[in-house]
Design a protein around this ligand. Structure first.
Ligand code: PLP
Length: 423
């Protein structure tokens, strides 16, 4: 290791110990990767993916066989009836917005089962600050059930709400976002779906699946969710998709979303692919493997930092349902050192020194480490840290474990050099 990077000898020993102690959990991750990889491969074969599907369409993009095949392949990977899987979603938030506006109508009410949703959705819902064009602006009502004190769904209160009136949409966020709550396993999501459907079969269950794809062997759509939504610069783009998002699930609901994405009556039949089909196919093909590498990186990070005396969630040997790792560093200086060290190990922009800044949409300065091939791609090794209590870093991604674990080690080295860690 010292041939290329300057790492403290004791830290090198810790790296070796980590790799040794994590052998079993790494082979469990490999087994899941293999399962999901074969699921994806068989979907490619079943749908007869061929070189002709990589051809570019322009203009309206009518009859783009590559686009249509790709969307069926993805649907099969998610055990869904149908999907929209496209570069024309500008982000995950955009895809979620299309799904909500696709399903909800004026005077409908949606119920979030997992507390306050992810930061960027607040403006979409129109809660807090009124925002132009939000769901609230269109007369769509919002209600939520807080999580319990341990950060898990409050089944009793959810049941009471569902019995009190009809909700058009029940919304579930799988991943933790910028909170310390545990992410929701497929098993928990299954219980939520069953609860909703047993009381209100007509309620559409939509799951924000960001960061969760291919982490477990099943997806929310395998256990009864009506729609799942996510971003292609996270897990399902495999680090290759340059932009995009997806919606997958029941055919009639996917159709409604397609009408919202383009225009009613035109729906999914338009949308030029501009030569991106090949990258989206290739990214999806690589997605289970890349997700596995990101998971190993998260587990490794948890192990190192727990060993160094920090609180981490999830803990190294805990079961996982997404690729997010939180490290509670308890000190703003330590957060900055962590992000600056991680940036030094990035393949792109390693020479940049990240600094905290007042990012739009956040109520405090945020520091980010991201040296990625795709701007903002969080399937690549990256960390975000809002400079507020409890001074925690949310890190995720890693295209390959060997380089990503070096990025993490450099984050520790940086903290060591600045006196935030003693070995
Ligand atoms: C990433 C993410 C989103 C979507 O965010 P974009 O940055 O718009 O892609 C939504 N919900 C969760 C939980 C996420 O992690």
């Amino acid at each position: 290791m010292n041939a290329f990077f300057n790492i403290d000898k004791k830290l090198e020993a810790l790296d070796e110990k980590a790799n040794y102690e994590l052998k079993d959990i790494f082979s469990e991750i490999d087994a899941t990767t293999k399962h999901n990889q074969l699921k994806v491969l068989s979907a490619f074969i079943k749908n007869g993916v061929s070189e002709a599907h990589f051809n570019a369409s322009t203009g309206y993009g009518y009859g783009d066989r590559g686009r249509e095949t790709l969307e069926q392949v993805f649907a099969d990977c998610m055990q869904a009836e149908d999907s929209i899987f496209r570069h024309s979603f500008a982000s995950g938030t955009h895809a979620i917005t299309v799904a909500l506006f696709g399903i909800l109508r004026p005077n409908d009410t949606m119920l979030c089962l997992t507390g306050r949703p992810y930061d960027t959705l607040i403006g979409v819902l129109g809660i807090g600050h009124p925002s132009d064009g939000s769901l609230a602006d269109f007369g769509i009502n919002y209600d939520e059930v807080n999580l319990t004190n341990d950060g898990t769904p409050d089944f009793e209160s959810i049941q009471a709400k569902l019995l009190s009136k009809f909700y058009k949409v029940a919304y579930i966020q799988r991943s933790r976002g910028y909170t310390l709550r545990p992410s929701l396993s497929i098993n928990k999501i299954k219980k939520l779906v069953n609860l909703v459907k047993s009381i209100s079969p007509e309620t559409v269950v939509i799951v924000d699946n960001c960061y969760g794809e291919f982490v477990e062997r099943e997806e929310p759509t395998s256990v009864g969710a009506d729609l799942i939504v996510g971003s292609l610069i996270k897990n399902p783009g495999g680090g290759i998709a340059p932009t995009g998002g997806y919606i997958a699930g029941r055919k009639k609901y996917v159709q409604q979303c397609a009408n919202r994405l383009t225009a009613p009556g035109v729906g999914r039949e338009v949308g030029a692919t501009l030569g991106l089909n090949r990258e989206l196919f290739m990214g999806l093909f690589n997605a289970p493997h890349v997700t596995g590498e990101a998971l190993k990186t998260a587990v490794y990070t948890a192990y190192l930092f727990e060993h160094l005396g920090f609180e981490v969630t999830p803990r190294p040997f805990e079961s996982r349902t997404d690729i997010i790792q939180t490290v509670v560093l308890k000190d703003p200086g330590a957060l900055v050192a962590f992000c600056q060290g991680m940036q030094k190990g990035a393949p792109v922009d390693s020479f940049v020194v990240p600094e905290p800044w007042e990012m739009p949409g956040y109520d405090c300065p945020v520091i980010m480490a991201a040296g990625a091939f795709t701007l903002g791609a969080s399937i690549e090794l990256s960390a975000d840290a809002p400079l507020r209590e409890p001074y925690a870093a949310w890190m995720q991604g890693g295209l390959n474990f060997h380089s990503a674990s070096m990025g993490v080690l450099l984050a520790v080295q940086s903290m060591l050099e600045k006196g935030f860690i003693k070995l």
